[in-house]
Design a protein around this ligand. Structure first.
Ligand SMILES: Cc1cc2nc3c(=O)[nH]c(=O)nc-3n(C[C@H](O)[C@H](O)[C@H](O)COP(=O)(O)OP(=O)(O)OC[C@H]3O[C@@H](n4cnc5c(N)ncnc54)[C@H](O)[C@@H]3O)c2cc1C
Length: 429
C-alpha cells in the first residue's frame, strides 16, 4: 500500500510515547517555556540539567510540530548568516566565539543522543558540500576562511572522489565536513522531551498559550483550560508565530521550505550514493538530501513564502531530484511536506531577554539543530546561573521584518539569487 503523502515520513515513523496531557490546572512555577520545538526543548532540558525542577513547557500542538519535527536532520555548525558576513560584522574574535557555540552544539547533540539513549537514527558520518558549479573558487575560499579564521577543517573532495560517493554528473568537486551528523529530527525532539520530563519538567501538549500578561511581578500565561504563573517566561515559537508579544512576533519572517521522501530504493540506492553522509550543494537555493536507514532518499530544497500542499511539494522536488539523479525517473514518492523556518532580517538567531523576566529564542533559519542547542544552553545558564554569555547575541536584535511587505522582499531576493545560480550554470555550459 502506498503511504499517505499527507503526513510526514517523520510523523509516520515517530517513536510512540504517552502524550503529554493538556494544561488544565493553575500552576505556579519559576520558568514557563512556550514552544515545544528544539529551542524550547533545549532550554527546558538545560534548566533541568542545572537542577531547576520548577519548569513548565507548553506546546500548542505536539512536541516537534513545527520546523523541529519536519527538517532535513542535518546537524552541522554555523548559522544562516555566512561565515564571511559574520566576520565582517563582528570581527574575528567575536565571530569565532559565536561560531564555536554551534560546534559545541553539534558535540552536545551527539552526547545527549548517547547519554539519554535517544533512538533517532543518528548517522555520525559527516556532511558533503557538493559544488554545483565548475568554478572551484567557492569551495577554496570557504575552506580557507574556515581554516584560517575559524580553526575548522573541511576536507577537499576532488571531482573523481566525489563521483565515487555521489553517482551524479551534476557536481564537480566538494568539501567534506566530518564533524557533522544527521538524524530523525522528530524522534530527537521526542527524546529531548522525554529527557526533560524525566528530570521534572512538566510538559503539556495541545496547550497553546493565548495570553501572556505581566501581573504583580509575575507572568500570567493563559491557555484555553489552564494557566501558569511564572517568574520567567521563554518564548520559543519560531516561524509558528505565538501571537503573544508584538515586538517579538514582528521580528520574524516565516519562510517555507520543502521535503519529500522516496519509496524504499533497495539496491537502487547504491546506484545513487556510496556514502552515508548527508549532502547539500553550493547554490543559494540548494538541494539537501540524505539516505535513510530503510534505503529511502530524503530530499529537500526550495525556499518560498508559500507553505505548499504535499502534491505541489512533490511535483517541484521531483524535478530537482531528477536533475541530479536521472536514474530515479520512475521512483515513487511516498511522503512530501513543508515546514516554516523563522528568519530575522539579519539572518542570525535572536536570543535575548528583558529585565522583567521575558526571554526569547527564535530566528534560527535553516541552521537550527546546533544553534537551538546553543541557545538553550545560553538561556538556561542565564536563568539558572545569571550567566551573561547570552549577551554575545545582543548585536542581533528584534529588528522588524515588516510583514507582509517583508515577504515580497524575501521572495524577490530568493528569485534574484536563484536567477544568478541559473545564469552561472548556463554560462559554465
Ligand atoms: C523543512 C525544513 C528543513 C530544515 N532543515 C534543517 C537542517 O537540515 N538542519 C538544520 O540545522 N536546520 C534545519 N531547518 C531549520 C530548523 O528546523 C529550525 O531552525 C529549528 O527547528 C527551529 O526550532 P524552533 O524551536 O525555533 O521552532 P519550531 O520547531 O518551529 O517550534 C516552535 C513551536 O512553537 C509552538 N508554538 C507556537 N505558538 C505557540 C503558542 N502560542 N503556545 C504554545 N506553543 C506555540 C509551535 O507549535 C511549534 O511546535 C529546517 C527547517 C525546515 C522547516
Amino acid at each position: 500500500m502506498t503511504p499517505s503523502p499527507a503526513i510526514s515520513y517523520y510523523r509516520a515513523t515517530a517513536t510512540p510515547y504517552a502524550p503529554y496531557a493538556p494544561l488544565e490546572s493553575r500552576q505556579e512555577v519559576r520558568v514557563a517555556v512556550i514552544g515545544g520545538g528544539f529551542a524550547g526543548l533545549n532550554t527546558a532540558l538545560g534548566l533541568a540539567e542545572r537542577g531547576l525542577r520548577d519548569v513548565v513547557l507548553l506546546e500548542r500542538e505536539q512536541i516537534g510540530h513545527g520546523a523541529s519535527g519536519r527538517n532535513g536532520g542535518f546537524v552541522f555548525a554555523g548559522y544562516s548568516l555566512g561565515e564571511q558576513s559574520l566576520l565582517d560584522q563582528l570581527g574575528e574574535t567575536r565571530a569565532r566565539a559565536l561560531f564555536t557555540r554551534t560546534i559545541e552544539g553539534v558535540h552536545r547533540i551527539r552526547r545527549r543522543v548517547a547519554d539519554y539513549a535517544i533512538a533517532c537514527d543518528a548517522v555520525d558520518q559527516g556532511v558533503i558540500w557538493a559544488n554545483w558549479f565548475r568554478d572551484p573558487d567557492v569551495l577554496r575560499s570557504r575552506q580557507r576562511l574556515l581554516a584560517e579564521r575559524y580553526g575548522v577543517t573541511w576536507q577537499w573532495l576532488p571531482e573523481t572522489e566525489l563521483r565515487e560517493r555521489i553517482h551524479s554528473t551534476r557536481y564537480h568537486d566538494g568539501l567534506f565536513e566530518r564533524d557533522a551528523l544527521h538524524l530523525h529530527p522528530l524522534n530527537y525532539a521526542i527524546g529531548l522531551a522525554g529527557a526533560a520530563a524525566g528530570q521534572g519538567v512538566r510538559i503539556h501538549e495541545h496547550s497553546g498559550v493565548r495570553r501572556l500578561q505581566r501581573e504583580g511581578g509575575r507572568w500570567r500565561v493563559q491557555t484555553a483550560h489552564g494557566e501558569v504563573l511564572a517568574e520567567q517566561v521563554v518564548l520559543a515559537c519560531g516561524g509558528y508565530l505565538a501571537g503573544l508579544e508584538r515586538r517579538i512576533d514582528r521580528a520574524i519572517l516565516p519562510i517555507a521550505t520543502y521535503v519529500m521522501v522516496t519509496e524504499p530504493l533497495g539496491e537502487r540506492l547504491a546506484g545513487c550514493l556510496d556514502t552515508n553522509a548527508a549532502i547539500y550543494d553550493t547554490r543559494f537555493a540548494f538541494d539537501y538530501y540524505r539516505p535513510l536507514p530503510d534505503t529511502r532518499l530524503l530530499w529537500g530544497g526550495r525556499i518560498s513564502v508559500l507553505d505548499r500542499a504535499p502534491g505541489a511539494v512533490q511535483r517541484l522536488l521531483r524535478r530537482d531530484l531528477l536533475r541530479v539523479f536521472p536514474q530515479l525517473g520512475d521512483v515513487r514518492i511516498d511522503y512530501a511536506w513543508s515546514g516554516l523556518m523563522s528568519y530575522a532580517r539579519h539572518q542570525m538567531p535572536q536570543i535575548g531577554g528583558r529585565e522583567d523576566g521575558l526571554w526569547w529564542a527564535q530566528a534560527f533559519g535553516g541552521h537550527g539543530l546546533s544553534s537551538t542547542c546553543a541557545a538553550g544552553e545560553l538561556l538556561a545558564a542565564a536563568i539558572a546561573e545569571s550567566d551573561p554569555a547570552w549577551r554575545e547575541f545582543t548585536d542581533y536584535g528584534l529588528a522588524p521584518t515588516y510583514r507582509p511587505l517583508g515577504f515580497l522582499g524575501a521572495q524577490a531576493a530568493y528569485w534574484r539569487a536563484e536567477w544568478q545560480d541559473w545564469l552561472k550554470t548556463r554560462l559554465e555550459g
